[in-house]
Design a protein around this ligand. Structure first.
Ligand SMILES: *Cc1c(COP(=O)(O)O)cnc(C)c1O
Length: 421
């Protein structure tokens, strides 16, 4: 359930009519629902009740300060993959001891900044990274708390670009090498081992790969404890999928995911950490766009929108489906007709949907792309020198712009022309 519903024929975000926001900020734009963000966070809280746990929102899914603050106010931590995300988490009010640092390519500068600013743990992904972190920590007279990300070699059965838990992926160390790497870590004076990390992919719609991976983590916990390591924290990554198509079967619920965690790992007495991004933010956001032209081709009709692949890249990058709704509710009995829904960018890849049934549309109509709250705004670019589109947050009957659309002047001033020109 989310909070984007028709009321009196007009699509709303909570109590605000989206057409009102469009009139105020212009199109296209992203809009997020506070109530939906809060609801999704609480579903994970409920799912992990009774286990010592921390929910670290994966900032890579959505990193606006207002979104992070909304979740931080409920007690959320943050999972970050760059110094930029680390600094955003801090700026939004997440304390350092609730921030975990993930990612395969942390630089020494990033490690230093996080150690100085406060960090819960680094999820280390390789031996060279372990040695670099040790050096940085020693140079600061500190010990860096770490987990090692193990790659459990399970097939997450998701899109190949977002599967991370097979042995051919670049992520983590093979679980078969874990004992050796933990022994190495334990010998380093700048490193403090606190637990194990695993993340097998994103948009998983089946619990079996999680169960398989977490079973392997449970075994490894026992083995490493027997080797003398103090394994007291298990970071289980993110990855729970969301329904992108209302008509499809629903992915597992957080409560069912929580049951798998309890079943596989509950007996170990570890603190459980999870890093959900998509499930918290995905269906808490939509993108609103206006029809510029309806173009009738020989074989098909095109809806040409003012939003494009640079604003929401998931359809062209992953072939992803987003439900598209008109802001004005179709009258009962309206016959849908198929449209190719496209943006103005000069690439055939700039196509949001092919032959999508929609009520008859005319230029000027507004549409909403559902499930755009995760991996939407954060993946946007200024390709074709199109300004990054604004983000808006709704809470009840209030809304606020939480990122302004840059002016063309601001965009042009970011470049500079060398003196020889
Ligand atoms: C991408 C990622 C996440 C978030 O994944 P979702 O599918 O958005 O829940 C969490 N942890 C790590 C290490 C990731 O790479």
């Amino acid at each position: 359930m989310d909070h984007f519903l028709y009321r009196e024929g007009r699509l709303h975000a909570e109590d605000v009519a989206l057409a009102e926001i469009a009139a105020s900020v212009g199109t296209p734009f992203y809009v997020y629902s506070t109530a939906t963000l809060q609801r999704h966070y609480r579903l994970f809280e409920e799912a992990l009740t009774g286990m010592d746990h921390l929910i670290c929102f994966a900032l890579k899914a959505s990193s606006n300060l207002a979104v992070i603050r909304t979740l931080a106010n409920l007690g959320a931590g943050a999972d970050v993959v760059s110094l930029g995300e680390y600094l955003k988490a801090k700026a939004a009010g997440v304390p350092g001891d609730r921030i975990v640092f993930s990612g395969v390519g942390k630089t020494k500068d990033e490690m230093r900044a996080a150690l100085e600013g406060g960090i819960r743990q680094f999820n280390v992904e390789s031996e060279p990274e372990l040695l670099a972190l040790n050096e940085v920590a020693l140079s600061l007279g500190k010990r860096a708390p770490i987990t090692v990300r193990v790659n459990p070699d399970v097939d997450a059965k998701t899109h190949e670009k977002i599967a991370t838990g097979k042995k051919e992926n670049k992520f983590g160390i093979p679980i078969s090498r874990a004992r050796a790497v933990y022994a190495e870590a334990a010998a380093l004076k700048g490193i403090e081992v606190v637990g194990i990390d695993v993340h097998i992919g994103s948009q998983l719609t089946d619990l079996a790969p999680f169960a398989e991976a977490y079973g392997k983590v449970a075994e490894l916990t026992e083995v490493l404890r027997a080797d003398g390591h103090n394994i007291h924290r298990l970071d289980l990554g993110g990855g729970l999928g969301i329904p992108y198509e209302r008509s499809n079967t629903a992915p597992p619920l957080p409560i069912e995911y929580g049951a798998v965690i309890r079943d596989k790992l509950g007996h170990l007495g570890c603190e459980i950490e999870i890093e959900p991004g998509r499930l918290i933010a995905g269906n808490a956001g939509i993108m609103v766009s206006r029809v510029i032209y309806v173009k009738s081709g020989e074989e098909r009709d095109f809806l040409i929108l003012d939003a494009a692949m640079n604003d929401l890249v998931r359809p062209s990058m992953y072939g992803a489906h987003h439900d598209i709704l008109p802001l004005d509710e179709p009258q009962p009995g309206t016959l849908p007709q198929p449209y190719d829904v496209v943006g103005p960018v000069c690439e055939t890849g700039d196509t949001f949907a092919r032959q999508r049934p929609l009520p008859p549309m005319v230029a000027g109509d507004l549409v909403a792309f559902r499930s755009a709250g995760a991996y939407g705004a954060v993946m946007a670019s200024e390709y074709n020198t199109r300004p990054l589109i604004p983000e808006v947050l709704v809470k009840g009957d209030q809304f606020a712009v939480i990122r302004e659309r840059p002016t063309y002047d601001e965009m042009i001033k970011r470049d500079s022309i060398p003196s020889w020109l």
